[in-house]
Design a protein around this ligand. Structure first.
Ligand code: CP
Length: 311
């Protein structure tokens, strides 16, 4: 069974395969071409944490491919509220659906689910662990809006708890990107990930000041400082407004520098940046649809049914 739990062990060929499938699926994702590839297939969405993009882009992907979606909905309206365990919930849900997307606050929840599920599990984010489908759409965005070869990228914001960052680091290392880590000292990337990057011969720089890197980078990947991950609210208050991308800050950036963000944002990118040629974060949110279509086709073994892209 093909689960998607973490992209940490993915090879460049595995990433490239999904990116190529996504490109073929883009006309269907845009609604320009209709499809029945997933006719008769059911995708279950189990979200134990809030989500807009992951949940809705998976739903859009499945519906545009002609499949159907089962949504657990509010946790309070399910038997979890009566004390049912996550493992029993997965055992049951996986009998109703052909694949299950799980978002859960506990790191390792998706891996545990994959061990008791009778259907493929797709990790939609597990606490501060991993967010592999976000990583795949991030790579796709970089490929479409910038370039994956010889990339000089800044990863900024909450590098400590940011699961999108953790997953993306390993993916970027496959493409030998130069990685600049920009965060408040309290929110630095975990040392074990920095070590892994250096062992893979990745050029890693660490700074607390965006101005150190803004002139040279091709992509600035900004993230939210996540209130919900802090055990101590006073620690959150100390760092919550410490990083902000403004129009003024990006004035010296390369003309084709792109700003990405997994979203939601709170105040880390000012709204007047949205109208600049640098802003790629809303396109990135759209790219979640073709990429998640590609993931569904891969997980359900339907890659051969994808039509060639007509551009
Ligand atoms: N990027 C992302 O995971 O967004 P949601 O939390 O809205 O799904």
């Amino acid at each position: 069974m093909h689960h998607i739990i973490s992209t940490r062990e993915y090879t460049t060929e595995m990433y490239d395969e999904i990116l190529e499938l996504a490109e073929k699926l883009e006309p269907i994702a845009r609604g320009e071409v209709s499809s029945k590839i997933m006719d008769g297939k059911v995708l279950a969405l189990l979200f134990f944490e809030p989500s807009t993009r992951t949940r809705m882009s998976f739903e859009t992907a499945m519906l545009r491919l002609g499949g159907q979606v089962l949504n657990l909905g509010q946790v309070e309206a399910s038997s979890i509220a009566k004390g049912e365990s996550l493992s029993d919930t997965i055992r049951v849900t996986s009998q109703y659906a052909d694949a299950v997307v799980l978002r859960h606050p506990r790191e390792g929840a998706a891996l545990m689910a994959s061990e008791c599920s009778s259907a493929p599990i797709i990790n939609g984010g597990d606490g501060a662990g991993h967010h592999p489908t976000q990583t795949l759409l991030d790579l796709y965005t970089i490929k479409r809006e910038s370039h994956l070869e010889n990339l000089n990228v800044a990863l900024a914001g909450d590098l400590k708890y940011g699961r999108t960052i953790h997953s993306l680091c390993y993916a970027l290392s496959r493409y030998h990107a130069k990685i600049n880590l920009v965060s408040p000292p309290e929110l630095q990337l975990p040392e074990r990930i920095v070590d892994d990057l250096r062992k893979a011969n990745i050029d890693v720089t660490i700074t607390h000041d965006m101005e150190d890197v803004i002139d040279d980078i091709d992509v600035l990947y900004m993230t939210r400082i996540q209130r919900e991950r802090f055990p101590d609210p006073t620690e959150f208050n100390r760092v919550s407004n410490s990083m902000r991308i403004t129009k003024e800050l990006i004035q010296s950036a390369k003309p084709d520098m792109k700003i990405m963000h997994p979203l939601p944002r709170v105040n880390e990118i000012s709204y007047d940046v949205d109208d600049t040629i640098h802003a790629a974060y809303f396109k990135q949110a759209f790219y979640g649809v073709p990429v998640r279509m590609a993931i569904l086709c891969k997980v359900l073994g339907m890659e051969d049914k994808i039509p060639e892209a007509k551009r």
